[in-house]
Design a protein around this ligand. Structure first.
Ligand SMILES: CC(C)[C@H](C(=O)O)[C@@H](O)C(=O)O
Ligand code: SF4
Length: 464
């Protein structure tokens, strides 16, 4: 009867009191420079220590430049945040991947890659895209800075249990499409608030067929429909990915862990508060035209006409989106010229994403006038890509090959999308001013972003 979500939840409740949120044990606490300084300061002022430094993992990612690692950082605020994290990690004794560490990168890429995230675990971080880690069958979501402090001090989190939602993908994902297209199709179907207050479990053969990288992309985007988290039940794909990673269990511990993890699935008669079916048959590569991730369509589509929308709220949102995006109703999506292309982020900055993009780019050139960036999600992804020669493919085509970080996913570092410029981006949010004040974001898959860089307009990699 219990779902995967119920099983993980129940296994972590350390205190249940009537009328109060449950107190959950925290297995992994991830920390980055933006949401942790005040939390550590709170601890310091109260004379507390970090309760479980061995379960606390920190990395700097949002503010680090991706073209140079020179200190002090040119941006004073960024330098202060970075220095604070370095000092806090040292003083409180938590594991820290510093800016010079070859393993540094976007927190959600790094921690997964290091084997920090395990099936059935609770994983929290002061960052909404913590949802990424649901890919391992972990219960993972973002928390606020005051909760970061609470977790640092107690290794617990007070949380009322959210509702549950089953998202069943049916039909076969067409060749050339990826997890990003699945995520955008789902969010396009339910809307940017369609999952509000829910923990989602993704299921169906297309999900089972995804690599861990693909599952991370899918779970990463959960928060873009308002859901708190998204999970995929662990299976052999998960175990194969984890085995041998630095922080994963070893030897007899590994065997014992896998035996437990195999039980981590929803019972056949599990009940969910909501169920959604997404049909993948005939799906086209997805791209957003608006300013929330639910405003998505297929690449052969047209910019919608707000006048034709029945729902007044949707209509208002579309009018606002078109004005910000500089679009006219009825324009063909594939006619939209791009100025920038950004391939990276915790959504699509992993090795498989870079391989997919490189396969499209190989032997071709970036269109004149297009600024195109590839930003590996971590130093290790970068090294792997270089070992495979992907850096050469990108550089020869005219892409910039950068160091790891959040980069142009959001404008907290020097990689800023200029005002009025249009960008095909593999990141997860297309909110106003997200990539830079006045910047216009079109979310898409790595293959679509790569094809768009070559074509100089939003383009389908399958027919490039
Ligand atoms: C800065 C951080 C708190 C934020 C988040 O919570 O997601 C960022 O990572 C983002 O993607 O907008
Ligand atoms: S890559 Fe983007 S979405 Fe991911 S943590 Fe960084 S800023 Fe947030």
């Amino acid at each position: 009867m219990p779902s995967l979500i119920d099983k993980i939840w129940d296994a972590h409740v350390v205190l249940r009191e009537p009328g109060r949120p449950a107190l959950l044990y925290v297995d992994r606490h991830l920390v980055h420079e933006v949401t942790s300084p005040q939390a550590f300061q709170g601890l310091r002022l109260a004379g507390r220590r970090v309760r479980r430094p061995d379960l606390t993992f920190a990395v700097c990612d949002h503010v680090v430049p991706t073209d140079s690692r020179q200190r002090p950082l040119a941006d004073q605020v960024a330098e202060t945040q970075l220095a604070a994290l370095e000092q806090n990690a040292a003083q409180f004794g938590v594991t820290f991947f510093g800016m010079e560490d070859p393993r540094q990168g976007v927190i959600h890429v790094v921690m997964a890659e290091q084997g920090v995230i395990l099936p059935g675990a609770t994983v929290f971080c002061g960052d909404s895209h913590t949802a990424t880690h649901g890919a391992f069958g972990a219960l993972a979501f973002g928390v606020g800075t005051s909760e970061v402090e609470h977790i640092l001090a107690t290794q617990t989190l007070a949380q009322a249990k959210p509702k549950s939602m089953a998202v069943r993908f049916v039909g076969q994902l067409p060749a050339g499409l990826s997890a990003k297209d699945m995520a955008l199709a789902f969010i396009g179907q339910v809307g940017a608030a369609g999952g509000t207050g829910h923990l989602v479990e993704y299921m169906g053969p297309a999900v089972e067929a995804l690599s861990m990288e693909g599952r991370m992309t899918l779970c990463n985007m959960s928060v873009e429909c308002g859901a708190k988290a998204g999970l995929v039940a662990p299976d052999q794909t998960t175990f194969d990915y984890l085995q041998g990673r630095p922080f994963a269990p070893k030897g007899a511990d590994w065997d014992e862990a896998v035996a437990c993890w195999r039980a981590l699935k929803s019972d056949a008669d599990a009940v969910f508060d909501a169920e959604v079916v997404v049909d993948l048959s005939g799906l086209e590569p997805q791209v957003t035209w608006g300013i929330n991730p639910g405003q998505a369509t297929g690449l052969s589509g047209r910019v919608p006409d707000p006048a034709a929308m029945a729902d007044p709220e949707q209509q208002r949102a579309a009018i606002k989106a078109l004005a910000y995006m500089g679009l006219e109703p009825g324009q063909k999506i594939a006619d939209l010229a791009v100025d920038y292309v950004f391939i990276g982020s915790c959504t699509n900055g992993r090795i498989q994403d870079l391989r997919a993009a490189a396969a499209v780019v190989k032997g071709r050139k970036v269109a004149p006038g297009v600024t195109a960036l590839v930003v590996p999600g971590s130093g290790l992804v970068r090294a792997q890509a270089e070992a495979e020669g992907l850096d050469r493919v990108f550089i020869e085509a005219g892409f910039q090959w950068r160091l790891a970080g959040c980069s142009m996913c959001l404008a907290m570092n020097p990689d800023v999308l200029p005002s009025g410029k249009r960008c095909a981006s593999t990141s997860n949010r297309n909110f106003e001013d997200r990539q830079g004040r006045g910047g216009r974001t079109h979310l898409c898959s790595p293959a679509t972003a790569a094809a768009s860089a070559i074509a100089g307009r939003l383009a389908d990699a399958r027919t490039l």
